[in-house]
Unconditional design. Structure first.
Length: 277
């Protein structure tokens, strides 16, 4: 994805996103300095160094060009792929320069008769459950929504992979459609890209953020998990206004896919084939 930066004293500067993953684990002590590094030219023409790239978390660097790299592998920014044995997937929309991004999320595959998206003006969890709240995850929920954040920051969904597998024992893959739009026509839309930040957990018990201690979190935690992995997909500018429908007319941010057999997951911000409602 290319970004155009205007400079009033010079020609238009064109930058692009370059994506990398580390070749070495984060606890590696053999290589000095720890982790890989990338040397690049930023949008002002200054040479910069991004260090400490390790593990399988994807790092996105916006630059005019890449000068050199060591200890990293370049990956496609459109598709972010990872491998992790997950029981839970928390998919979080991150927006930082405007307020009230409304989100729409739905399990497309396998067919679990989820005939509505989750989000403001739509569903709160699936299956629907009257016990849902911003602080409570219903025990029946296969997919749960964090609640409506009318400020800046995050909105999230939780996919309980164990419940989904119990519902569909023959499932190989599951697919989640992730959409968003800005709600208030009287306020400016954000111009910075919106990210999907994902955290995957093995074991433990999922908890919703508690407003008493963290009133604007709209996220989930799992302090008793035995393992976890955080992944950030490539980002996209959302330039669509909210419409009061089931969600199909909101802008697609990404499609998340996970294979429960191989444990390989991916985000694709360029997907145009996954069906909407």
């Amino acid at each position: 994805m290319a970004t155009v930066t205007m400079n009033t004293e010079a020609a238009v500067i064109v930058t692009s996103n370059f994506c990398f993953v580390g070749r070495w684990n984060c606890d590696d002590t053999t290589h000095v300095p720890p982790g890989g590094q990338v040397v690049y030219i930023d949008d002002s023409g200054t040479q910069q160094t991004y260090s400490g790239i390790c593990g399988k978390d994807v790092v996105t660097i916006n630059a005019q060009s890449i000068v050199s790299s060591v200890g990293v592998d370049a990956v496609d920014c459109g598709v972010t792929e990872f491998t992790f044995d997950a029981d839970y997937a928390v998919l979080t929309y991150k927006f930082s320069d405007a307020t009230d991004l409304d989100t729409r999320s739905r399990i497309v595959e396998p067919n679990i008769n989820m005939n509505n998206y989750l989000g403001f003006g739509a569903g709160a969890c699936f299956p629907a459950d009257a016990s849902w709240s911003k602080t409570n995850i219903p025990t029946t929920a296969v997919i749960d929504w964090s609640g409506d954040n009318i400020g800046t920051g995050y909105e999230s969904i939780l996919v309980d992979i164990q419940k989904l597998k119990a519902l569909k024992p023959d499932m190989i893959n599951f697919v989640v459609d992730l959409r968003a739009a800005w709600f208030d026509a009287g306020k400016p839309m954000g111009v910075l890209p919106v990210e999907v930040k994902a955290i995957f957990y093995k074991g433990g018990t999922m908890l919703k953020s508690q407003p008493v201690t963290n009133p604007l979190s709209y996220e989930y935690t799992n302090p008793t998990a035995t393992n976890s992995l955080q992944v950030t997909s490539d980002s996209k500018v959302i330039n669509t206004r909210y419409q009061a429908d089931g969600g199909v007319r909101l802008q697609r941010l990404a499609v998340f896919k996970y294979n429960v057999v191989t444990k390989v997951g991916s985000f694709d911000i360029n997907d145009t084939t996954t069906p909407a409602l």
